[in-house]
Unconditional design. Structure first.
Length: 443
């Protein structure tokens, strides 16, 4: 039984058998083909047993192992390496079937390749997870055959491997470079005109052409008999909280990821940017209750705490309680902070129900409400309507799009900042708004 478990007959054997059957059928009309068909059976069986001998004699003729990362990055391509060593004395033809985690729902995974005798090779492929959690790999199956390709032997390796999928930490490296130059225009960053000065004094320096005349220090100028100016630096260690709405409205899908996952990925990146800017980063999520809270601090290990908290954010499919959110902020966030609230409002009525709580929060903090455009509606609006039904659909889409813009104006009326963005531009738009608020000294 141990011999037959890894034993697999290849399609070439059946194709040859079908060809022989056809020869026998044709021999009724062409008798000469009967002898050719008999000879073909003998040759096929001889090659079959020869193939069995050279493929199955010996142990550990194929060695392999799967190299996976310590954790997957959600929504990004993650590389998997399969290292294979061919200990056969002939060119081995391989069929690699990896039992990838069930979350990917890949039913036809197959990689075909070949390896020279006594050589090693690495096969690469990528996986893109769409949700956080634990991903369990099954067996790594390798079917090896000789150049005859009539039979194959199955080799099985590496089972029981679990890889956790965390929020998109790969975006950290992508956006980290934006901190090097605060006037950078890369990745869509907008150049923000600096208004006024912060009050954190740094030093007195010689005046150079271009310095603001309002910063001239007249006492120091009189002492040195040359123009001297005060130099200020950005205020640091300001608390910045990412607040994630994990109610049912945030489970709306977009390109395989939910709005909740987009918000989580953005929160991770903006927290890293905040710490690089010498501010304090924190976060929490809310729905029926407040959870996953990380107090805003700037310390070693803060990003690890934020990453673990974001990994555990899960929706409870309830209607979000903004009243409880306001009470929690009033109780636990006593210093004036920048609050980046990731949520979504479909209509102006939905906003008006929560507006009293948002207005109360904005009295003590700088509140930025981040919500999403419906890109499907944008497609309907741009498409030309040719039928009556398409006209109705386009009018309704324009109505919802107009309400989104009304929401922005309504928030602006009460001094609440907002970001209306598409999911794919969420991270960069949030970074831009944070840098703008810092540059304008609004916090």
């Amino acid at each position: 039984m141990n011999f037959f478990k890894p034993f697999y007959i290849q399609p070439r054997f059946f194709y040859a058998g079908i060809g022989i059957v056809v020869l026998f059928a044709l021999s009724y009309f062409i008798p000469l083909l009967f002898n050719i068909a008999q000879l073909s059976i003998i040759v096929l069986m001889a090659l079959f047993f020869l193939d069995v001998l050279i493929v199955f004699i010996g142990k550990n003729k194929i060695e392999a192992n799967r190299i996976v990362p310590d954790k997957f990055s959600n929504g990004d391509k993650n590389g998997i390496n399969v290292n294979i060593t061919n200990n056969y004395t002939f060119l081995a033809y391989l069929e690699v079937i990896d039992e990838v985690p069930e979350q990917f729902q890949i039913r036809d995974f197959k990689i075909k390749d070949h390896i020279k005798p006594r050589k090693a090779k690495t096969i690469n492929y990528t996986l893109t997870p769409k949700e956080r959690g634990e991903y369990h790999f099954g067996y790594l199956n390798i079917y090896a055959s000789s150049p005859i390709k009539l039979v194959a032997k199955r080799f099985m390796f590496d089972t029981g491997i679990m890889v956790p999928t965390y929020p998109s930490f790969k975006q950290l490296k992508k956006f980290e470079l934006l901190n090097i130059n605060k006037n950078s225009l890369d990745y869509g960053l907008k150049k923000v005109r600096r208004l006024g000065h912060t009050m954190e004094f740094e030093q007195i320096k010689d005046y150079v052409l271009g310095d603001d005349l309002r910063t001239i220090n007249w006492k120091a100028t009189a002492k040195k008999n040359q123009l001297m100016v005060n130099q200020f630096q950005d205020e640091k260690s300001q608390p910045v909280y990412s607040i994630i709405d994990k109610g049912r409205i945030m489970k709306m899908p977009f390109n395989g990821l939910s709005l909740l996952d987009y918000a989580i990925n953005s929160s991770l990146v903006i927290s890293n940017i905040v710490l690089k800017k010498h501010d304090k980063a924190g976060l929490f999520s809310f729905s029926k209750r407040i959870e996953n809270m990380v107090v805003a601090e700037r310390r070693n290990g803060q990003m690890r705490l934020i990453l673990e908290a974001l990994y555990n954010v899960k929706t409870d499919f309830f209607e979000s309680d903004f009243g409880r959110l306001y009470a929690n902020i009033k109780k636990h966030i006593t210093h004036r902070s920048l609050l980046l609230m990731y949520t979504n409002f479909g209509t102006l009525d939905a906003l008006n129900r929560q507006l009293p709580y948002l207005k109360a929060i904005s009295k003590s903090h700088v509140l930025v409400v981040v919500f999403f455009k419906n890109t499907e509606l944008d497609k309907l609006i741009k498409n030309k309507a040719e039928t009556v039904q398409q006209v109705y659909d386009k009018v309704i889409a324009e109505k919802f799009d107009f309400e989104k813009r009304l929401i922005v104006n309504e928030l602006k009326k009460y001094g609440i900042y907002s970001i209306l963005t598409t999911p794919e531009n969420l991270t960069i738009d949030t970074i831009n708004k944070y840098l703008e608020i810092k540059a304008r000294g609004l916090l």
